[in-house]
Design a protein around this ligand. Sequence first.
Ligand code: UT7
Length: 321
Amino acid sequence: MNAKIIGTGWELPAYEADNHYLSTIMDTSDEWITERTGIRKRYLAREETTTSLAAGAAKKALASSGLRAEQIDLLIVATITSDTETPSTACRIQAELGAVHAVAFDVNAACAGFLYALHVADAFIKSGIYKNALLIGAETLSKLLDWTDRSTCVLFGDGAGAAVLTAAEQGGVIAQSVGSDGSRWEALSCMGRVVHNPVCPEQAAPGFLQMNGQEVFKFAIKTVPLCIEEVLRKAELPAEEVTYFLLHQANKRIIQSVAKRLKQPEDRFPMNIDQCANTSAASLPILLAQMNEQGRLHPGDRLVLSGFGAGLTWGACVMEW
Ligand code: UT7
């Protein structure tokens, strides 16, 4: 049995902040952001939270799958911006949906989080332990950003995407390849709470997201093509037979570079980075759900999904739609 996606959904905050708006509050320009990243605008949460965005996307994914919440056995939220340190966002979504039979937990793998969640769900479904899974990538990255640091804050946005998977005899996930390199964690990180107790009263404020942009860029353009080539080998699928390559939406130039290294035309690398910016773990499921809603995915299509991010983490998956 393979894990097959049978429903998708996405949710974005109501507030749209375009590059022109950012240029009024910091020393940046629409020209710089568009040329260096491909981003034109991002959605920023005001009323919304990671939980509310996740719930919105999950409800749409469930509705489009035809399953009821009680039929979900496994509920995973990929996020680095949970609203609560504990419980997990997944447990709060379980309560909101009434997914009473699900085991619910979060995974923290930054922008590769949705791929990691897919990896876990596929293993559980293949082994026969669970049949139906709900995977959500949800973030309010804007709350981790230093809004005086133009080198990071212009890059990210908030949002959520979700997918319902079920055990299927045909199609679904064919091959996966995921990896981590913790020795390079400092390239992209955000410090959390520090030790604070009666024997250690010093307390520092939680940090903001900090990134060595060029190091992450180089890592991405080297690792992502290798990871995709590996997963295509495992699936015994030539790159030419892939319908779409859905890549984590971090930077248009990274996606173009990966397309070039794989020697595949750019039009098979769909993008929504101009609209949504980098929504971390939410980026892949939002793109997938939007393409599904637009009727761009058809039974038998071969999709490659690939993500990379803090950790460092990366992953790729081949699936038949
Ligand atoms: O989800 C995974 C996480 N992140 C990524 O994938 C990000 C990977 N990295 C990147 O996408 C790129 O490295 C960035 C978009 C972050 C930066 O692009 P870059 O071409 O590597 O620019 P840079 O860091 O070399 O900066 C070039 C110049 C600098 O000015 P000087 O020193 O040349 O005078 C920066 O100060 O651009 C300046 N700069 C800006 N200017 C206007 C940096 N940020 C901005 C800004 N607006 N927002």
